[in-house]
Design a protein around this ligand. Structure first.
Ligand SMILES: Nc1ncnc2c1ncn2[C@@H]1O[C@H](COP(=O)(O)OP(=O)(O)OP(=O)(O)O)[C@@H](O)[C@H]1O
Ligand SMILES: [Mg+2]
Length: 299
């Protein structure tokens, strides 16, 4: 069986998995939770993740006692950026929220999305990874429509929605291209479109622009802000780039080296100018310096 056939087979298996935890239309209680803004979008209470080495039995703590609440702000999402040294558990935290193994489930503590404990992946949560995660054998259009196919949307509907998102990420004209024919920045636009096309309530982004040059990164930050204002989702974005964390974040989560703990939450203003302009101002540089000092002091 070719790769497309294999993916097609996997789709029907995954479809059930994806439909179950979300499906607010079929689950009145969950639907009600999503329209009740008094229920936080995410609540993490004392979340700890311990990995055990299968051969030696040795345990290592990836994440320790992480607690925070993301309130459901009416008509606006919140943008959370996460900074922390390599290995402090940033990806682990994102994967636990998205319900992706082997990080999910947490060893201790509680993770609730709109009041319900996370019970696996769901299309209410979309993930964008650092590596270009598009299917190489699918065109841009097919990649963007993929999540909609998992949700069981009819072909015409998913192609229309996908084409619309391709326009929004400024890739019109590239619908029939394959990922290998695109630049890194363009591939991350495909990943963004694919994730946002299913209208997730929470978008989890793990170093999505890590492999991009500075100018392309700025362009992607502008695009992300523009799209985020449209979708009003809660965004978690992990980055090693302090200016990026400062520019995008409403709140910046600072994590300690391994075992990762959430040591400080810094509130930040929303961007008022395009990334390239704002990140060149002396005021912005002052905030970046302040955060850099905090980062250095916890290393
Ligand atoms: N599948 C796994 N099995 C065992 N240990 C793991 C696994 N995944 C991650 N870890 C460990 O958990 C810790 C946290 O890893 P994680 O990938 O979450 O870090 P990170 O903060 O995302 O790092 P980076 O910035 O380098 O991406 C690390 O010590 C890592 O070795
Ligand atoms: Mg990581």
């Amino acid at each position: 069986m070719d790769l497309r056939g294999k993916i097609g087979g996997a789709v029907s298996r995954i479809r059930g998995l994806f439909a179950r935890p979300e499906a607010p239309a079929q689950d009145p209680a969950r639907f009600a939770a999503y329209s009740d803004t008094s229920i936080p979008v995410i609540e993490c209470k004392n979340v700890t993740k311990i990995f055990k080495d299968r051969r030696t039995g040795k345990e290592s703590i990836a994440l320790e006692n992480v607690s925070f609440t993301i309130e459901d702000l009416p008509n606006m999402g919140e943008f959370i950026t996460i900074l922390g040294p390599s290995g402090c558990g940033k990806s682990t935290l994102l994967n636990i929220i998205s319900g992706l193994e082997p990080h999910y489930p947490q060893t201790k503590g509680e993770v609730k999305v709109k009041g319900a404990p996370v019970a696996g992946p769901g299309s209410d949560r979309g993930m964008v990874f650092q590596s270009y995660s598009s299917f190489p054998c699918y065109t841009v259009l097919e990649n963007v429509a993929f999540g909609l196919m998992l949700k069981g949307a009819p072909e015409k509907e998913r192609e229309d929605i996908a084409a619309d998102w391709i326009k929004k990420v400024k890739l019109a004209g590239f619908e029939r291209k394959y990922p290998k024919e695109l630049s890194g920045g363009m591939r991350q636009r495909v990943a963004l479109a694919r994730t946002l096309a299913v209208n997730p309530r929470i978008v989890l982004m793990d170093e999505p622009f890590g492999a991009l040059d500075r100018i392309t990164r700025w362009e992607m930050q502008d695009l992300l802000i523009e799209l985020w204002e449209k979708v009003q989702a809660t965004v978690f974005l992990v980055t090693h780039d302090i200016p990026e964390a400062v520019y995008l974040g409403d709140r910046l989560f600072l994590m300690t080296p391994r075992p990762g703990r959430l040591t400080e939450i810094v509130k930040l203003p929303r961007p008022t100018e395009k990334a390239a302009e704002m990140q060149r101002t002396s005021r912005f540089a002052e905030t970046v310096n302040e955060i850099s000092r905090k980062v250095e002091s916890i290393h």
